[in-house]
Write a protein that binds this ligand. Structure first.
Ligand SMILES: C[S@@+](CC[C@H](N)C(=O)[O-])C[C@H]1O[C@@H](n2cnc3c(N)ncnc32)[C@H](O)[C@@H]1O
Length: 435
């Protein structure tokens, strides 16, 4: 087996686990890169690029395959379909890989995976695509179909956004989602200065580290292999988090000594950020539903060396009498459709359905009506999601204010990808009146 085949085989394994078994892409990719730590930086970059690129262009790739294959992609054996997909991605988007090499490797991989009898089919479809790639015609209308193929976004999502935002805004969002972006990290200026952290990162092999335009304690970094390998990460000197998500805690009136409950806290971005704002005082109770999630919280608390935050297993849907009117701040960063973070999590768009977004908005309402009681009079409830779906955001906040007039809206902001310099994110700060 050649090294090249090996990389494609790893990409194939990740994509099958994502698109066939429903594993989240970032976790499936991380697991395989951790398992194959011995492969070099270039090979790891190839696997990452093929996985992310194939997901990013999946609808377009299937459209291309379906132009040249009698058996449509939806009807193919999953392994064969996925081999064709990663191959079309390389042919269309990786100029340095010759089409003939892509075809040969695809045929070898099909045989290796036990599909000897379909090797000719794979070869025929790919050679045909290779010959005609530059003359493929794309749909021109309706807009949602045209953009669906161009930006590989399911049509129902585009239709939903077109109802909420202008055409220009929707196209800006779609373009931004396809753009390659640096990773955003948060650091605690009380622990390390920006200059010292930047120097550490550059010394550890990160190519670029720049201040984020929204926040002085956020850096945009790029040109690294795997963050988990960096000593500065292991030492807890930074936390990977988008700036929009940092704006949630940044919008809160956190003061020394506050008691804060984060009802859906894992993996801990906002809980740890709030604990940092407390500067060693007060207490953050970081809750989540399962032992696994509480484990993730504990890992991050430990790595960041925080003492004023504690991970607790608790169901946000079940009323906790002991918390009634105890918290200065309740953070409700609730499960959502994730349609604001499609740039980093490229697979969400293929998993989420319209029906699920409605179910999620109902779930969010239920959670809010339970956890609102934990806020002290005069305290605040933060409601946030990483989606740009109005039903889960502004509409839920309007519903909440109608149901619970003891709360008033202090702040509300919808960040949009491409319009704001960050992911899509929604936040509402709701203050509970004193009387
Ligand atoms: C958007 S994520 C939270 C992200 C987190 N606030 C952060 O900043 O890192 C939503 C979380 O809600 C948790 N969750 C889902 N249902 C829950 C429930 N019934 N009770 C508590 N947590 C729940 C999920 O496990 C997930 O970790």
């Amino acid at each position: 087996m050649t090294k090249t085949t090996n990389e494609r085989e790893l990409a194939l394994a990740v994509l099958l686990s994502v698109l066939k078994e429903g594993a989240p892409a970032h976790l499936a990719l991380r697991n395989i890169l951790e398992k194959y730590q011995y492969i070099d930086k270039k090979e790891r970059a190839f696997v990452t690029r093929v996985v992310e690129g194939t997901l990013e262009h999946l609808i377009e790739i299937d459209y291309i395959i379906d132009q040249f294959s009698k058996v449509k992609s939806a009807k193919m054996k999953p392994v064969i379909c996925m081999i064709l997909r990663i191959s079309v991605y390389q042919m269309k988007y990786m100029d340095h890989v010759p089409d003939s090499a892509v075809c040969n490797e695809a045929v070898k991989l099909a045989k290796k995976k036990g599909f000897q009898s379909l090797a000719g089919f794979v070869n025929g479809v790919l050679r045909n695509i290779g010959r005609n790639l530059s003359s493929i015609t794309y749909p021109k209308e309706p807009k949602s179909l045209c953009w669906s193929v161009q930006y590989s976004m399911p049509e129902w999502i585009i239709d939903k956004w077109l109802l909420a935002y202008s055409e220009d805004t929707v196209e800006t969002i779609l373009q931004d989602i396809q753009r390659e972006k640096p990773t955003c990290i948060r650091f605690d200026p009380d622990k390390i200065s920006k200059a010292d952290l930047t120097n550490r990162l550059l010394a550890e092999g990160v190519e670029k580290a720049e201040e984020h335009p929204l926040l002085p304690y956020a850096l945009l970094i790029s040109g690294y292999d795997y963050l988990g390998f960096l000593e500065s990460f292991e030492e807890g000197l930074f936390y990977v988090q988008d700036a929009s998500s940092m704006m949630a805690v940044e919008s809160l009136p956190v003061k020394s000594g506050d008691y804060i409950i984060d009802v859906c806290a894992a993996p801990g971005g906002k809980a740890l950020h709030a604990a940092e704002k407390l500067a060693g005082t007060g207490h953050v109770e970081a809750r989540d539903l399962t032992e696994y999630k509480v484990g993730l919280l504990k890992e991050n608390i430990e790595r960041c060396g925080m003492r004023n935050v504690e991970a607790v297993r608790m169901d946000a849907l079940v009323y906790d009498e002991a918390s009634c009117e105890k918290a200065d701040i309740v953070i409700a960063d609730l499960p959502c459709s994730g349609l604001g973070v499609l740039s980093g999590k490229k697979d969400i768009r293929y998993r989420m359905t319209e029906k699920q977004t409605t179910e999620l908005s109902q779930l969010q309402r239920k959670m809010l009506s339970v956890v609102k009681d934990y806020v002290k009079p005069g305290g605040c409830l933060l409601y946030s999601t990483c989606t740009i779906n109005r039903e889960e955001n502004e509409e839920n906040t309007a519903w909440f204010l109608g149901e619970y007039p003891e709360f008033v809206l202090e702040k509300e902001k919808q960040y949009l990808p491409g319009i704001d310099p960050c992911d899509g994110f929604y936040l509402a700060v709701l203050k509970k009146q004193e009387s």
